[in-house]
Design a protein around this ligand. Structure first.
Ligand SMILES: [Zn+2]
Length: 534
């Protein structure tokens, strides 16, 4: 089956000028060029889709996304604003969710932002108790750095009023020192992780397929056709594989398998390319904590709570041994490293193992404080950085508070590119939205929500911002021969936009509409019905 796409501005990312048409044959791109060239290459029975001047870009790729978590939260009660404008609305959503939540699972909501609620505060345990009195209920903050528990959930989590704040975290308390239900940082991460794993284990195949389908639909609606899953485990791999077999995996998943799940991967023979849509070829290691929780391992100490110098999870020797063994097995290694102390340790480990370039394309995930001397080392070693520009607007004001006068040196994308580093675009969703339009805009503008300019001189051009989510992300996922640009022979993954991201004012990039998202030549999302077969 052949499909001609024409009357379009086609940004191929393979060369600077735009093409006007492309030909899809059997899920691959057969030709790109002028309408006359493409029509000449097409057979007589080809279907023709005219896009009325819309813009086509290569299918967008998120190089670091927690896809299963996105699906899990998409299935939770929608407590986001403006959809749920106040606490009574959140209570109503939770009551409705309680009716459909199986016994044994917590009633779950997600997406609230306290300062956007009419009340201007976090919901409390008693707000949640009113909605769900007799069983555990939780509502996650959109940042995933806080959540609210009802009384039953506090009890099940083992959190008691007299208890001091746990390491790496904090409890909200009322005037009498009693827990008000809000939980911040580390205990919140542990709770989320535990609930997700337990719920995944409890789900039947149909429900797991629904979770993956929900994640796929949401990512496709943002124009994404592929994502690196940043913490693939046995349960999430099984969920993707089952969804793939059922035809509901709407995007390509490239798995970064959590390091202690690698034995499972090897024993079951699941390593490598499972299908065109599912692969488990890389290993994920966490070297330190996070930037907004101020647990990234830095030299010096934070001027804001919880103070200290952050958390390094492995010694250099331990990390080097891990890198050495995974490298020897032929795995691409992807290490979460945010603070300069962690990044230095990771680079030392890579340097001890990678003598001859970086053929396996080992990566640093995030790389927030990859300051100039570290960037020079990373470039010399050929290390790839999977970065999240969208955090600049959403979390940038918090970074500025934690990093003071070094804040302008964080996420120095233009400098990193000039140093020769491959920088891949990503979201770290659900930490922030998976929407790559936000990341592209922030890579160009570098403005926080409060309007602070981050690192003057580090702005990327719109072309470079788009390359983060196309050619560069494809390289980071070791699939640049198949995806990331629109060229004859590559897979027919592309995204149709209602405006050209290279031409609109940068602050408008987030307003660009996704008209359709196409994988293997077939629509996985479309706003209208442009393409047949959706
Ligand atoms: Zn992550």
């Amino acid at each position: 089956m052949e499909l001609v796409v024409e009357d379009a501005v086609i940004i191929t990312m393979a060369s600077a000028g735009a093409a006007g048409a492309l030909l899809v044959r059997d899920g691959r791109i057969a030709a790109v060029g002028t309408t006359a060239q493409v029509r000449a290459a097409a057979g007589p029975g080809a279907q023709v889709v005219r896009l009325d001047g819309a813009t086509v870009v290569p299918g967008l790729i998120d190089a670091h996304c927690h896809v299963a978590d996105v699906g899990y939260l998409a299935a939770a009660a929608d407590c986001s604003q403006p959809s749920a404008p106040d606490i009574p609305a959140i209570q109503a959503r939770l009551r409705a969710a309680a009716d459909r939540t199986p016994a044994g699972s917590w009633v779950t909501g997600g997406g609230y932002v306290e300062y956007k609620l009419r009340e201007g505060r976090h919901p409390t345990r008693s707000d949640l108790d009113q909605a769900v009195p007799n069983r555990p209920a939780v509502v996650y903050h959109t940042s995933l750095h806080a959540c609210v528990l009802n009384t039953a959930a506090l009890r099940e989590a083992g959190f008691a009023d007299q208890q001091p704040d746990p390491a790496g975290g904090r409890f909200g308390r009322d005037r009498d020192g009693r827990l008000d239900g809000v939980v911040f940082e580390r205990p919140m991460f542990e709770l989320f992780e535990r609930n997700l794993r337990q719920d995944l284990a409890r789900m039947g195949a149909a429900e797991r397929n629904r979770l993956v389908a929900q994640a796929s639909r949401q990512l496709a609606s943002f124009g994404l056709t592929a994502a690196c899953d940043a913490d693939m485990r046995r349960d999430s791999f099984d969920a993707y594989a089952s969804a793939d077999a059922s035809g509901v995996l709407g995007l390509r998943i490239y798995g970064l398998v959590v390091h202690d799940h690698v034995p499972w991967l090897l024993e079951t023979g699941q390593r490598g390319r499972h299908s065109g849509r599912l692969a488990a070829e890389a290993v994920k290691i966490w070297a330190d904590g996070g930037m907004s929780s101020r647990t990234a391992a830095i030299h010096g100490s934070y001027p804001v709570p919880p103070y200290g110098s952050g958390i390094l999870y492995f010694s250099l020797d331990e990390l080097t041994e891990m890198v050495r063994s995974f490298d020897a097995l032929g795995f691409q290694v992807c290490i979460h490293a945010q603070g300069d102390r962690a990044i230095e340790t990771v680079l030392d480990a890579y340097a001890a193992v990678c003598f001859a370039g970086n053929p396996l394309r080992h990566r640093i995930e995030h790389g927030g404080s990859l300051y100039p001397p570290l960037a020079a080392r990373a470039a010399a070693l050929g290390i790839i950085v999977a970065a999240q520009p969208g955090m600049l607007s959403v979390l940038g004001d918090g970074f500025a508070a934690a990093f003071g006068d070094r804040a302008d040196e964080l996420y120095a994308y233009a400098s990193w590119r000039r140093a020769g580093i491959t920088v891949a675009g990503s979201s770290d969703a659900p930490v922030i939205t998976a929407d790559p339009r936000l990341g592209m805009r922030d890579a160009v503008l570098r403005r926080t929500d409060a309007g602070r300019m981050f690192g003057p001189g580090e702005e990327l051009t719109a072309w470079d911002a788009l390359s983060l989510y196309t050619t560069q992300a494809a390289f980071a996922a070791r699939r640049e021969d198949e995806i990331g640009s629109l060229e004859a022979g590559k897979l027919a993954d592309f995204t149709v936009l209602d405006a050209n991201p290279l031409e609109v004012p940068p602050e408008r990039i987030t307003d660009i509409g996704v008209l359709a998202t196409v994988v293997d030549g077939a629509p996985v999302y479309q706003a209208g019905d442009i393409f047949p077969g959706g």
